[in-house]
Each structure stands twice: as structure tokens, then as C-alpha cells.
Write a protein that binds this ligand. Structure first.
Ligand SMILES: [Fe+2]
Length: 334
């Protein structure tokens, strides 16, 4: 598999001060480079994960995809080249700015600037969040996921699957054409939605503690118009999350407790609804946007009665005692 993880996201933004305040006070990221035009932020042991760039390398945003080594980067460049995709081998100055060993750039079928790199540099100091959170679940899973709205789903899917090596976690044909794609045990590092409003709907970052997310939600409630989607739990990746408006025209999903998938054994499943187990009020409106009319069919009702066990990492739970016969029967009947 060529691509291994979402290494970083860069955002071109003129309002870098607004972004810095949002990234630190709200998200809890650690600011690193605070020069006027180029702001970088940490969320784990990497030198940087989020870049807010007044210039933006000629793109509205860019996504840094990690590959194993220099040979893998060369192989990816050759694959793209053979498919007729224009690949730029970026100079050492830009690779240095990204804190990676080698860097190429290219565009996906919708014009999104993608970068691929190997050998990311680690920071010498431990990650220090700006506010009191337990930290982000990133590392080898990557910084999170991005949800992209694409003009032609089949073309975009072929690009991410056939050229970059993504695999389908689950997909939807109605009411929208969509796919959630993985490159490691994170349920999805990219999702593609066929949609007339192109661009990024949101990117997601996952925290180690549900309380971090809840306290982030409280903080977001204190800022007018910041919460775009209420707390809820997704029925595909099991993430408990909410969504915030950012200083740009996309959202950030702030979540906890997503499941991992067994990459070699995983079989894609067709989804029949985007409705969450509960909550996430505002999600459909945020996808539709202000200028896109809602679909003319009645959305399916929420999948009432559907639920899944919480997903926890070692050291982040206490197992409860005191089960009763009714619960034992419920578990046995699953
Ligand atoms: Fe998401």
C-alpha cells in the first residue's frame, strides 16, 4: 500500500491570527512556528501537523500523505506519472519547511493539492497542549481524516484507490454517492462525497478522552455560532464527536472513541443512512449548505435501537462489576 497515513494538513488563510487563536484556545494544539505568514502547530511527537499558511503554496489547502521511505515515494511518483498525473518533485527548501525527508506534489481529479512525503521529523520536546487535554490519537494512524466533496465520485474514487492505494471501509450509493477510505487501522483517513459544492467539508482530530471532547464542546458553546453540529455518535466509525466552524469555510470534527478496522480482513459494507446513532444535529444541513436545495425524498429516520460497544485504548477504562441476569441475557442475545 503506497500511502500510509495523513501526515499533515495545510490551510491557506489570510486570517492567520484568528486561526492561531482557534487552533490553540479551542483545539488545544501547540503552536510552533508563529511567524506572521506561516503558522505551524503540533498535536503529537511530530514537528508539525497543522499548517496555516498565508501563501499556501498556490493552493487553498493541501494534504500531506505519508509513505514508508524514499523508494516508496519514487514508486508513487512513477505510478502517478504513468497515469498521466503531473508530479512535481519539490525542492529541499519546501521539504525542509514541511520537516520531511522528501516531498512530491500533485493534484487529485478535483484540483486538491496533495503532497506525499517520507521521513517526517520528530520534535525533541514532548507535545505540550495549549489547554488541559489528554492529547490526540495520531501517531501512526495519522493526524485524523478529511472529508472531501468531489464532482465525479467514480473518478475521485478510482484516483484514491488505484493510484494512492486507499481501500474502502464502507460506502453509500443512495441518497449520495460516498465512500470512506482507509490506509491504516483508522476507519477512514479520507471520505469522498459526490456533491456540487466542492472542497473540504471538515477534517477530524481524535482525542484520548471523552472528557476532552465534552470540555471542548462546552468551550465551543461559549463562542457565538461556533458549534455547527451537536454532539453525537457516528454509526460507521463509532466516533463520538461534534463539529465546529473554523475561521475558514470548512468545519473541524472533534471526536473520541473511533473504532479501528482489521485492514487485511476488512470487507466493505454498504451504508443505507448517514444518520448517527444519536445526536449530530446540523450535520445534514452542514453538508447541504445554504445554497443547495435539500433532497426531494424524505430522509430515513435515525437508526433507533442501533448501538455499538465503546472503543477504548488500554488504560482508558475501568470495567464495571455488578451485571444482572437481564444484562447477561442482553449480551448473550447480541
Ligand atoms: Fe468525520
Amino acid at each position: 500500500m503506497a500511502v500510509q497515513a495523513l501526515g499533515y494538513i495545510g490551510i491557506a488563510a489570510s486570517n492567520v491570527d484568528d486561526w492561531s487563536a482557534f487552533a490553540t484556545d479551542q483545539l488545544g494544539l501547540q503552536p510552533v512556528d508563529t511567524t506572521t505568514s506561516y503558522r505551524t502547530f503540533r498535536m503529537d511527537d511530530r514537528r508539525q501537523r497543522l499548517i496555516v499558511d498565508q501563501d499556501g503554496s498556490g493552493a487553498e489547502r493541501y494534504f500531506g500523505w505519508e509513505v514508508a521511505d524514499a523508494a516508496s515515494l519514487d514508486a508513487l511518483a512513477a505510478t502517478l506519472d504513468a497515469a498521466g498525473v503531473a508530479v512535481r518533485h519539490e525542492p529541499a527548501t519546501l521539504a525542509g519547511q514541511r520537516f520531511v525527508g522528501g516531498l512530491i506534489s500533485f493534484r487529485d481529479p478535483d484540483g486538491n493539492r496533495l503532497e506525499a512525503f517520507h521521513s517526517p521529523m520528530l520534535a525533541e520536546e514532548p507535545f505540550t497542549p495549549t489547554r488541559a487535554i489528554s492529547g490526540f490519537r495520531a501517531g501512526a494512524l495519522g493526524m485524523g481524516h478529511a472529508v472531501l466533496m468531489v464532482a465525479d465520485f467514480d473518478i475521485a474514487l478510482a484516483f484514491y484507490q488505484d493510484l494512492l492505494g486507499f481501500r474502502i471501509s464502507d460506502f453509500m450509493r443512495n441518497p449520495v454517492k460516498a465512500a470512506f477510505l482507509h490506509v491504516n487501522p483508522r476507519h477512514h483517513s479520507v471520505a469522498l462525497f459526490e456533491h456540487p459544492r466542492l472542497g473540504m467539508h471538515h477534517f477530524m482530530m481524535e482525542l484520548y478522552s471523552l472528557d476532552d471532547v465534552g470540555q471542548g464542546f462546552d468551550r465551543a458553546l461559549g463562542v457565538e455560532n461556533r458549534v455547527a453540529v451537536t454532539l453525537g455518535r457516528h454509526h460507521n466509525d463509532y466516533m463520538t464527536s461534534f463539529y465546529m466552524r473554523t475561521p475558514s469555510n470548512f468545519l473541524v470534527e472533534y471526536g473520541w472513541g473511533a473504532r479501528e478496522i482489521d485492514v487485511p480482513a476488512h470487507q466493505p459494507e454498504e451504508m443505507t443512512t448517514l444518520a448517527s446513532f444519536w445526536g449530530h444535529d446540523g450535520l445534514m444541513r452542514s453538508v447541504a449548505g445554504d445554497h443547495v436545495p435539500p433532497p426531494d425524498h424524505t430522509p430515513p429516520p435515525p437508526p433507533e435501537g442501533r448501538r455499538a460497544p465503546i472503543q477504548v485504548v488500554e488504560g482508558n477504562y475501568h470495567k464495571l462489576s455488578g451485571v444482572c441476569p437481564w444484562w447477561d441475557a442482553t449480551v448473550a442475545g447480541r
